[in-house]
Design a binder for this molecule. Structure first.
Ligand code: DGT
Ligand code: CA
Ligand code: CA
Ligand code: ZN
Length: 578
């Protein structure tokens, strides 16, 4: 059973959480949390360590912990975790998912108000009993109520960045089966939506029944929902015990393109396309495009659009947002291959896990020509932001690393906080030494608490000549934090006027700006920058989520700063500064 480091770390984190709800010993709770962090941060191969009995070489890992890690790698579960889960009311751990509810609060409502599940919690919110508890009060109750509403509105959908790697692994397994000629991801995942209801996979083969049989018995399958001759539906584990549905459909060669078109959706796009077919007295369905009994197209998706005399619409744009009106050319949408650099990443200097040189070498391996190292500024204390003295030394370190690293340019940068009064967290002389400055709001995001609104703060930052780009402009975290209340039209107008770029933060938890804002920014003549905000080398791979979001907004390479040559990029920065 292949376990990722993150999964093992998560299991230990969960033990700590459940132990805390259960009123367990503080020392034990802390030690589980520490182990979780060690596992998350280690660069060692845990499975290899487990096999050679060397897990105890990790800091803080004793014999007992080593056994638990080993058990989890071998069996996918840990006795302590199972015991805790069966001891606590089954509906109780789910309360941890509510934004604003940590283990302490869950323990409190359980002990004092006998809350055992979500419904119980709703009831004590209604009755006012929750607000009476020590340390809670009206404001935190309001936060919790909002958290519940938020959780319900997210409706169990899976973030793109969790679904995509799972789908990739399944696609590889399907591709390896005998008789399979082609495999493609369809559905909302192919369209690159920020959250996914279920994964749809399509494969071209003749021996459907045999393929579905193998599919429903893959190692990762938790439950089989349906197993037929051309379609199988299963669930696989997503994270933290959550399930994710996967549908596999097997289709013959002559209708593969039609099926891919149909099952990619969106439903609304398909309705529009079918109407165009009807006007031409043709019939379009998942088997093909037909003129009476005669098949006009079906083997290739492109042929269907062509036969209908419609410009081929890339999957990311099939959302019924005017893509079938025929007046747009989609040929030049930005691709991952167009990306020449990554302009927002952190290192061990602030809250990252990799060094400058490691980030640079990893970026070089991705084929990039340049990167910008952008660690946190001094006010971001929880993110270990750099004081002016540390930043000065960091600037030297980045320059020095750049000088001795071949084949990639490392730009001196920073992610500078936009303070609550709209000023920047570093003085001009520090910013002037940076070749690239990301300005971001990290504190006091709630409107109304401070003098300036989020819009005013962002605009003030854009007026600063050193701020090249606004990082994660709306500050949202998908399923966890609402976007700030921004006047996007005004932000875009100011960005255009001040030559400030806007970021498409590619971290799948953010995807900020999102697709519709990307489209709005492009229409407003604003340059965008797709950045991963990576906190370790692996994080650089998130670029594809940002590129997908940019494509959904109709972006071409022309709209994206990090598709420019370094020379042109420097020119744009200089232009703003002058
Ligand atoms: P999801 O899974 O909720 O994120 O969204 P989709 O778009 O992947 O939807 P899903 O999985 O229910 O179905 C995949 C595609 O199959 C969908 O985008 C369009 C097509 N499809 C499914 N049911 C229908 C239908 O009743 N009518 C039409 N026209 N297309 C359908
Ligand atoms: Ca789907
Ligand atoms: Ca589906
Ligand atoms: Zn950042």
């Amino acid at each position: 059973m292949a376990m990722t480091q993150a999964e093992i770390a998560q299991a230990f984190e969960r033990i700590a959480d459940l132990l805390e709800i259960d009123g367990g010993d503080r020392f034990r709770i802390n030690s589980y949390r520490r182990v979780s962090r060690t596992i998350k941060d280690t660069t060692e191969d845990l499975e290899a360590l487990a096999k050679t009995n060397k897990l105890t070489s990790l800091p803080g890992v004793g014999k007992g912990t080593a056994e638990r890690i080993y058990q989890f790698i071998e069996t996918g579960s840990i006795d302590v975790l199972n015991e805790l889960e069966s001891k606590l009311p089954p509906g109780l751990p789910a309360l941890l998912e509510i934004p604003g509810m940590g283990p302490k609060k869950v323990a409190l409502v359980h002990d004092r108000l006998d809350v055992k599940c979500m419904d119980d919690l709703q009831r004590v919110i209604q009755s006012g009993a929750l607000a009476e508890l020590p340390g809670l009060g009206a404001t935190s109750v309001k936060k919790i109520a909002e958290g519940i509403a938020f959780l319900e509105s997210s409706g169990g959908r899976t973030p793109l960045g969790i679904a995509w790697p799972i789908a990739d692994a399944l696609v590889d397994q399907v591709r390896a089966m005998q008789g399979v000629r082609r495999v493609e991801i369809a559905g909302s995942l192919r369209r690159g939506r920020e959250t996914i209801g279920d994964i749809d996979i399509l494969c071209e083969a003749d021996n459907g029944e045999a393929i579905i049989k193998q599919f429903v018995s893959f190692d990762d399958v938790q439950r089989v929902l349906a197993s037929g001759v051309t379609k199988g539906s299963v669930t696989v584990e997503r994270d933290k015990g959550k399930e994710l549905q996967v549908d596999l459909r097997v289709v013959p060669t002559e209708s593969f393109g039609a099926a891919l078109q149909y099952f990619t959706g969106s439903k609304e796009h398909n309705v529009g396309l079918r109407e165009i077919a009807v006007k031409k007295k043709l019939r379009l369905n998942e088997y093909g495009l037909f003129d009476g009994e005669h098949s006009v197209a079906g083997e290739r998706e492109e042929d269907i659009y062509q036969a209908l005399n419609v410009k081929y619409v890339p999957a990311e744009l099939r959302e019924d947002r005017g893509e079938l009106l025929g007046n747009t050319n989609f040929d030049d949408l930005v691709t991952l291959a167009d990306i020449r650099g990554d302009l927002h990443m952190h290192t061990v200097a602030s809250d990252g896990k990799s060094t400058i040189v490691d980030m640079a070498l990893a970026a070089k391996a991705l084929g990039y020509e340049y990167i910008a190292i952008c660690d946190h500024s001094k006010s971001s204390t929880i993110a270990n932001g750099l004081s002016i003295e540390r930043m000065q030394a960091h600037i030297e370190a980045i320059r020095e690393t750049n000088d001795r690293t071949e084949g990639i340019t490392i730009l001196v940068g920073c992610e500078c906080d936009i303070l609550s009064d709209g000023t920047m967290d570093y003085p001009a002389d520090i910013l002037a030494q940076c070749e690239w400055v990301v300005g971001s709001i990290h504190s006091a995001m709630g409107s109304g608490s401070k003098k300036l609104s989020a819009t005013q703060r962002t605009i003030a930052a854009m007026e600063n000549p050193y701020v090249c780009v606004i990082g994660h402009p709306t500050g949202r975290l998908i399923h966890r934090r609402k976007p700030m209340d921004l006047d996007m039209a005004m932000i875009i107008e100011t960005a255009k006027r001040t030559h400030t770029m806007l970021e498409i933060n590619a971290a799948w938890q953010r995807l900020d700006l999102k697709d519709v804002h990307v489209r709005q920014a492009i229409a407003g003549g604003v340059m965008l920058s797709i950045n991963t905000d990576a906190h370790r080398t692996l994080g650089l791979a998130q670029m594809r989520y940002g590129v997908t979001t940019a494509r959904r907004g109709g972006a071409t390479g022309q709209n994206i700063a990090n598709c420019l040559s370094l020379e042109k990029l420097r020119h744009r920065v200089a232009e703003k500064r002058s």
